[in-house]
Design a protein around this ligand. Structure first.
Ligand code: XMP
Length: 325
């Protein structure tokens, strides 16, 4: 049980004491942890904080706009928006292996971030949204767990050559505390209670080779799915978005035949995935209402030209994983 206003003023004091008049940089991903860290550090030191938001072209629909609006416009945080889509797409061309794609995205990310950070000559600190479970997890590194089956790349693997000191104001907090703190700092409820989104983004939700036109179709299909999950509630008024732990669309680069008007179509497939889980190590597929699935399917096929078939993934973890790659 903690008192939020007291916690915030203590945390703010601690950050001020730690960094003094130094400049701080932070890699903003749009995820909960880096966002809350940014809001807290900004509360403490204002313009001494500069955030770098790297768009690899594999983000959800309007994610860049959302981040820039929320931090830049609403909170007045200094944010540098780097559109590195071309660079990432170039490196990913022709690559189909999931782990190879992860490694490329992780490596490019660090490179782009590092080059932006290098331009901020006065920065002495690198801030990260590390939370308590991350601290525990990296302490147990080397242990073979289900987690190491995929090489998880998270935004903010420390670029060591930057020679910056680490500022990690969320190190002692659990996820639910981070969320409470975010709301108290003025971040919108919907953003603070978002499902997790993987660092490689749509790069691991487009099976095989990543192409920009696939990403554009997937973004639109995914946005429709999420919109309907948020809009559909159960008897108690809880939305299906809040009743699931993670939900998203996956692009299958396979064509199947369909019929539209009096024409035959031959287009791609989208799979919907929605799971319920406590720890993401095991998961059940969500029993979404058929009406909801039907509506999402109709909307995707009608609104996203290029998709003529939608399927629902009913695999548990294990043996399937949550992501398809
Ligand atoms: P899987 O697919 O392994 O996913 O069942 C478990 C959780 O981890 C997320 N995930 C990732 N997160 N980088 C990340 O930052 C990754 O490469 C990555 N791969 C999976 C996944 O979204 C789910 O929440």
């Amino acid at each position: 049980d903690w008192n939020m206003p007291d916690y915030i003023s203590e945390a703010v004091e601690a950050i001020r004491k730690q960094v003094g008049s130094d400049e701080v940089i932070l890699g903003l991903s749009g995820g909960v942890d880096s966002s809350v860290a940014a809001a807290l550090i900004h509360r403490a030191i204002g313009d001494q904080l500069t955030c770098v938001f790297v768009d690899h072209g594999l983000l959800r629909l309007d994610e860049g706009k959302m981040v820039m609006n929320m931090f830049g416009k609403n909170l007045g945080v200094k944010v540098i928006h780097v559109d590195a889509t071309e660079q990432f797409m170039g490196k990913l061309a022709g690559v189909t292996d999931p782990e190879a794609k992860r490694k490329i995205i992780g490596r490019e990310f660090v490179e782009v971030f590092q080059s932006e950070a290098g331009k901020l000559k006065n920065a002495k600190w690198l801030a990260q949204g590390t939370i308590y479970p991350d601290v525990i997890e990296s302490a147990g590194k080397g242990k073979k767990t289900a987690h190491t089956i995929k090489s998880h790349h998270n935004v903010g693997g420390l670029p060591e050559t930057l020679n910056l000191k680490l500022l990690e104001p969320l190190r002692e907090l659990f996820k639910d505390e981070v969320r409470e703190l975010g709301v108290a700092l003025g971040l919108p409820h919907d953003m603070v209670y978002r499902h997790p989104f993987p660092g490689p983004g749509l790069g691991v939700r487009i099976l095989g080779e990543v192409k920009m036109d696939y990403a554009d179709l997937l973004r639109r299909a995914d946005a429709i799915f999420i919109e309907e999950l948020r809009a559909t509630t159960d008897e108690e008024g809880k939305s299906w978005y809040d009743k699931t732990s993670q939900a998203f669309a996956v692009f299958l680069p396979v064509k199947s035949v369909g019929v539209m008007g009096d024409g035959r179509t031959y287009e791609y497939v989208v799979a919907l995935r929605a799971v319920q889980t406590q720890d993401f190590m095991t998961a059940h597929w969500a029993h979404l209402p058929h009406d909801l699935l039907g509506k999402v399917s109709n909307r995707i096929i009608n609104e996203v030209r290029g998709i003529n078939r939608v399927v629902y993934d009913i695999s548990g973890k294990p043996p399937a994983t949550i992501e398809w790659e």
